[in-house]
Design a protein around this ligand. Structure first.
Ligand code: ATP
Ligand code: MG
Length: 818
């Protein structure tokens, strides 16, 4: 048996100990939030390394988000003095990218292939639909992109899909055309990263055997959220038959990606297919105080399909959960900022405070309040730095330097800033490219006249900048392209361009930080590829970045050349001289930076390293923990989300999401909701979330009086005004009512509430949130939400047997019932 490393194992409970030191066979851990799953997984990696059972190169560990994988690397480096960069630790997409960078040729990709993010991919699909002269109303690009992504997640290429009707046949044809287009442009979308890697493993025995021999240990965190393809991908790297060390940890109650194809059933399949001896359960929670844990447990107990686990804590009950009801989303943000500031004054670091929301759109109000209050914050997910228009423009120019055949980038900037290339010229160009099967860049010669010469001017701008930037550092390249493209000038002349210019400056900073962090060295420069010989590469590179040759079939030395040494300046030069520190794949700083930009959320807003409040969706909070957590927008239709309300499965997934949210908190948890909220340009009037009724009352402390809210107090106010009659007139005449106290008779301050109530009341003759309504087709139901005005007025009604429905009031006949 291996010697026991001092310290590493001493703080583990017996079940955790058993898991960490389990023999190198398939292991499945099923355990609730905060029970130490991730800690066990990380400790196992450290233990395997320390006892010499594995080398850094023999380990692959998969996590779900970039933030989680960074966290794992940090935790690991505190346990062991190991060069974590040499290990394959990352997200599925990150690892697939790494894999494809090493085997681009075998995977049929160009060396500098670029990654399309979600919105790039939708616009690429849009172009395909247009080129095929199809109706965008019928083939909505976003929906087509879902279709393609889910086909890819089922490992289905267009030819694998059996289509019978016209609509599906066309969808498959779009898929095929989109694939051809991506191939031509040398770009891949996120789903393609996965599928391409899977196919290469499946179809190429040499590659497969190499990796199966290499990775003696494969560890997967958050296994409950793997989809079909990810599981198949894992099986390629460590097939059940080999009975290698496959270590999967998960929690069925935290499965929150069913909408994206996650299969909680993978856990049962894993247990069966890998013939797992005994599933390990961890039942002690080390993260949260009792009230938080009790609330989480009670909430999740309402779900029906559960694998069954218990969670207990030895910490005391701690503080109650604080509940706050705000009058508006604005007030909610204002309140939570004051509260966060108070916590910070009491000594809590800002990064220990998380503000969670169900939908990305909610972040804007909170962000602007934080910004106005001058509080540093960081947003994870959502509109990231790298997704901002001006940044994407700059990146498009940079991508064209790397790969002029990238049509997506070409189209983005060919006429931005404007250079006299109109829609007509672009159409001609696209037709020519389609006919010849070449890229737009290669086809500019086909367009005649003024537009043609403008197009030529554009491509020679790209070409000359490419020449001009040979030998320059990444920073200089970016500065150069910002000027020569006219982008910087454009924003300097734009009266609202200041912030955009700042973002472009920030891009230069991001590049600088990237180069330093990734060890390219500040003076890593670009030279033409053909000036390099393989000898020059290995001779000129410091050992730390010298390629760990991914040569197939050659067993790797257990002592990776990457171990321990720090990276330093490369200084050799060469556009493609700097290899990926691990795979040895040679990539320029620019190419590496562009990949980074596609894969990662930029560290925006707060400066790197600055203590900042953390903003994120509940989805991106998975696996993380904070001393204080705010769960905002706890309103029916928002959380649980309205799209989920039509089926019980949907509600159960929302409940798991709420379980994830609650269990992020260590000490203090705030739950807040708002009576009104501006979303998508509409004021919504809200009922507080059903989740409040599913939490133990004893664990809650109401900061505002309980049972307020649109559904109760506020609603009552305007319901009363309505029970005096119906229709606009009676509200106008409310003061004259004899039976019931009117606003004048029993003065209620003319608050926002009253104004809002009158507005709603005026719109929706006689309808009352929280009251019964009758619909000729769906029968009786309960009115949940009223929103919008005029033609846009809508009501959300829970019809019980028929489920939750949104109805356009201009069309639907809804009669109030008592
Ligand atoms: P989640 O389901 O949310 O991902 P998890 O099961 O992965 O949670 P961890 O994040 O690994 O849980 O652990 C939760 C917290 O408990 C961490 O701060 C971790 O360091 C701590 N912890 C885990 N095990 C122990 C232990 N035996 N002694 C002390 N602290 C522990
Ligand atoms: Mg975890």
């Amino acid at each position: 048996a291996a010697p026991e490393p001092a310290g590493l194992l001493k703080n583990l409970n017996p079940e955790q100990y058993a898991a960490v030191t389990a023999p190198p066979e398939p292991v499945l851990i099923l355990a609730g939030a905060g029970s130490g799953k991730t800690r066990v997984l990380t400790t196992r990696i450290a233990w395997l390394l320390q006892t010499g059972q594995a080398s850094p190169g023999g380990i692959m560990a998969v996590t779900f988000t970039n933030k989680a994988s960074k966290e794992m690397l940090t935790r690991l480096s505190t346990m062991l003095p190991v060069n974590v960069r040499g290990m394959w630790i990352g997200t599925f997409h990150g690892l697939c990218n790494r894999f494809l960078r090493a085997h681009w040729k075998l995977a049929g990709l160009p060396q500098g292939f670029q990654i399309l993010d979600a919105s790039d991919s939708v616009s690429a699909i849009k172009r395909v639909i247009k080129a095929m002269k199809l109706d965008e109303e019928r083939y909505v690009p976003k929906q087509v992109s879902w279709f393609i992504a889910s086909a890819k997640e089922d490992a289905q290429r267009p030819q694998d899909i059996e289509a019978y009707d016209e609509q599906s046949k066309t969808l498959v044809a779009i898929y095929q055309a989109y694939e051809d287009q991506c191939q031509r442009e040398g770009v891949v979308d996120f789903a393609e990263l996965m599928l391409r890697s899977y196919e290469l493993m499946r179809d190429n025995a040499a590659v497969r055997e190499h990796y199966q021999r290499r990775f003696q240990h494969v560890l997967v965190d958050e296994f409950q959220d793997t989809n079909k393809l990810q599981y198949a991908w894992l099986k390629m790297f460590s097939p059940p038959a080999l009975r290698r060390g496959v270590f999967a940890v998960g929690d069925d109650d935290q499965s929150i990606y069913a909408f994206r194809g996650a299969r909680v059933g993978n856990m049962a399949d894993f247990e069966r297919e890998y013939r797992v001896g005994g599933v390990i359960k961890l039942e002690q929670n080390y993260r949260s105080f009792g009230n938080i844990l009790d609330s989480a447990n009670e909430l999740i107990s309402r779900n029906s399909k559960r694998l069954g686990k218990n969670l207990r804590t030895e910490a005391g009950p701690g503080e109650p959960l604080r509940v706050y009801e705000a009058a508006s989303d604005f007030a909610e943000a204002q309140w939570l900022i004051e509260e966060a500031q108070a916590l910070h004054r009491q000594g809590l670091r800002r990064q220990e405070i998380a503000v969670l929301y169900r939908s990305n759109a909610q972040s804007r109000v909170i962000e602007s309040a934080l910004f106005n209050a001058g509080i540093p914050y960081r947003v994870y997910g959502g509109l990231r730095f790298f997704e901002r228009a001006e940044v994407k423009h700059a990146l498009a120019y940079l991508r064209l330097l790397e790969n002029p055949n990238d049509d997506t980038s070409f189209l983005r900037v060919v006429n931005f800033p404007t250079r006299g290339i109109g829609a007509r010229a672009i159409e001609l160009l696209q037709d020519a490219a389609r006919l010849s099967g070449r890229s737009l860049y290669q086809s500019v010669g086909a367009v005649a006249g003024k537009a043609g010469s403008n197009l030529l001017a554009f491509t020679s701008l790209i070409d000359s900048t490419r020449n001009l930037t040979q030998g320059l550092t990444l920073r200089e390249i970016i500065e150069q392209i910002l000027e020569s493209s006219g982008l910087a000038e454009f924003y300097r002349n734009d009266k609202d361009g200041a912030e955009r210019l700042e973002n472009l400056g920030e891009l230069v900073n991001a590049a600088e930080a990237f180069v330093t962090r990734e060890g390219f060295g500040k003076d890593a420069v670009a030279l033409p590829v053909d000036e390099l010989s393989p000898g020059a590469i290995s001779a000129g590179l410091p050992a730390a970045v010298a390629p760990a040759q991914e040569t197939l079939g050659r067993p790797e030395s257990p002592d990776s050349p990457l171990g321990g040494r720090t990276t330093q300046s490369v200084g050799l030069g060469g556009r493609r001289v700097t290899p990926d520190a691990e795979t040895g794949e040679i990539m320029s700083p620019l190419a590496a930076f562009l990949t980074h930009a596609s894969l990662e959320a930029g560290d925006n807003q707060a400066q790197a390293g600055q203590d900042a409040v953390q903003l994120m969706t509940v989805h991106s909070a998975k696996g993380l923990e904070f001393d204080a957590v705010f769960i905002t927008g706890l309103e029916e239709g928002l959380f649980p989300h309205e799209n989920s309300l039509t089926d019980p499965e949907g509600v159960e997934e929302e409940r798991r999401l709420m379980y994830v949210a609650i269990t992020r908190a260590r000490q203090r948890l705030y739950l807040c909701f708002s009576q009104t909220r501006m979303l998508h340009g509409q004021t919504r009037y809200n009922v507080k979330s059903r989740f409040f009724d599913e939490l133990p009352e004893a664990a809650l402390k109401w900061l505002t009086p309980r049972n307020q809210g649109f559904g109760s107090g506020f609603a009552k106010e305007y319901q009363d005004s309505w029970s005096r009659g119906s229709g606009l007139k009676s509200v106008v005449g409310a003061g004259r009512s004899a039976e019931k106290p009117s606003y004048e008779a029993a003065p209620v301050p003319r608050s926002m509430k009253a104004a809002a109530a009158e507005k709603v009341a005026a719109e929706f003759g006689g309808l009352k949130v929280g009251k019964g309504v009758f619909h000729t087709k769906f029968g009786e139901g309960v009115l949940m939400t009223l929103e919008g005005t005029g033609q846009d007025a809508r009501a959300q009604v829970n019809f019980g047997r028929h489920g939750m429905k949104w109805l356009a009031l201009a069309v639907a006949k809804l009669t109030p019932i008592d």
